[in-house]
Design a protein around this ligand. Sequence first.
Ligand SMILES: [Zn+2]
Length: 90
Amino acid sequence: MLVTPGTEAGASTYGGVRYLFCNEAFDADPERYRIAVDPVCGVEVVIGQEADRLTRDGRTYVFCRPACRGAFEAEPERYAAQGARSMPDA
Ligand SMILES: [Zn+2]
């Protein structure tokens, strides 16, 4: 869900990034929410440690290596659907 500043139930700063929440589950296990899935190869990537990333149609995708980004750019329609499991909305 979309949480806009001022409506959040809670907020935390972790790894230098400020997160807003509709609930307080984040504080219990912040590492869990830093994982995104590379839409090309399916590898879990720690957000902030990805080899590459790009934003397309308002979504941010992270990649484990530049070659995965290249594959995504070559066939974005094929991989974007899997990207639904990728990062939360940017
Ligand atoms: Zn990859």
